[in-house]
Design a protein around this ligand. Structure first.
Ligand code: CP
Length: 317
């Protein structure tokens, strides 16, 4: 694996899960692999889990790590070609990327959807420029359309907690006061389409995701009906994708908040969320604090997913 931008690049899932299990049980077994190798982690957006778990994974592999927050201390970057740079952005991404490539062996990039132009977001304009101009392996730490390290951690968690051969996994939209990208739900849907499960997506009308991510999922507009018999509830907010509503908040309907009444419709389902989560908007206090909530082991698996992917990238150098 040279670049990692989608869980589709994990290859055969059984093998990927076996590699993840090995990383979890033997976190320091590959310290030599990363010796004298440098990871540059570049953030255009804020992060807690991705930042810490990816750095921890790199350190487990013996790597040196440089972290750069583009919006704090670096020159503001112009990203559009052809712009007369007479504004407040003194450096262009087209010089910055190859320069950064000179200082490291692997680059991780976090660059969210900007919601200015759907085509720019859905062609992954920023991430693709890193792949094209850095000369180094690049992996996504959440880009405009996908969050593959999160999804791989989610897949590992479901594999660890499932009690049935083919569990029912329900991804539910839930309300949020701000417009959030579709990267996590897109990516989760992509991952669930790869796993052997009954996958249902539930959301209010108008929140349909791009068909290429929905894949073979059943879309159910009645949230309570979707929850019936579920083994895993994966809650997430996202902004609208379709047409002129791209990037808009169409609803803050709190009847979509995940609460214990709805969880009672499931088959004692586990509750999952990628975090950070807005309590009593996305999920009630009692559900996230219940024994069925696995949000912390899910977050812990972020180290496992990052380490498994980073190891594959190091092996490709
Ligand atoms: N889930 C996740 O990616 O968390 P952060 O945004 O804190 O990195």
């Amino acid at each position: 694996m040279r670049h990692f931008t989608s869980v589709r690049q994990l290859g055969e899932l059984k093998e990927a899960f076996a590699k993840a299990k090995y990383a979890k049980e033997n976190p320091f077994a590959d310290q030599e692999l990363g010796r004298n190798r440098t990871l540059l982690m570049l953030f255009f957006n804020s992060s807690l889990r991705t930042r810490l778990s990816t750095q921890k994974a790199a350190m487990n592999l013996g790597m040196n790590v440089i972290v750069l927050d583009v919006n704090q201390g670096a020159w503001k970057l112009e990203t559009e070609r052809g712009v007369v740079m007479d504004g407040d952005r003194p450096e262009h991404l087209l010089e910055a990327i190859p320069v950064m490539g000179c200082y490291c062996d692997v680059i991780g990039v976090r660059s969210f959807a900007r919601f200015e132009n759907r085509e720019d977001d859905y062609t992954e304009k920023i991430l693709e420029q890193f792949i094209r101009y850095s000369g180094k392996p690049v992996f996504s730490m959440e880009a405009a359309t996908r969050h593959p390290l999160q999804t791989f951690a989610d897949m590992i968690t479901i594999e660890e907690y499932r009690k049935k051969e083919r569990p029912k996994v329900v991804m539910t939209w839930a309300p949020h006061p701000k417009a959030l990208p579709q990267a996590v739900p897109n990516s989760f849907a992509e991952g669930m389409n790869m796993m052997d499960c009954e996958f249902v997506i539930t959301h209010p009308e108008g929140y349909e995701l791009a068909p290429e991510f929905v894949g073979n999922a059943k879309v159910e507009y009645n949230q309570k009906k979707a929850f019936e018999g579920a083994d895993f509830i994966y809650a997430k907010n996202w902004a609208a994708f379709a047409g002129d509503n791209y990037g808009k908040v169409l609803s803050m309907d709190r009847s979509w908040t995940v609460d214990s009444e709805k969880m009672a419709l499931t088959d004692n389902a586990f509750f999952m969320h990628c975090l950070p989560v807005r309590r009593n908007m996305i999920v009630t206090d009692d559900v996230i604090e219940s024994p069925q909530s696995i949000v912390i082991p899910e977050a812990a698996n972020r180290v496992v997913s990052a380490q498994t992917v980073l190891k594959e990238i190091l092996l490709s150098l």
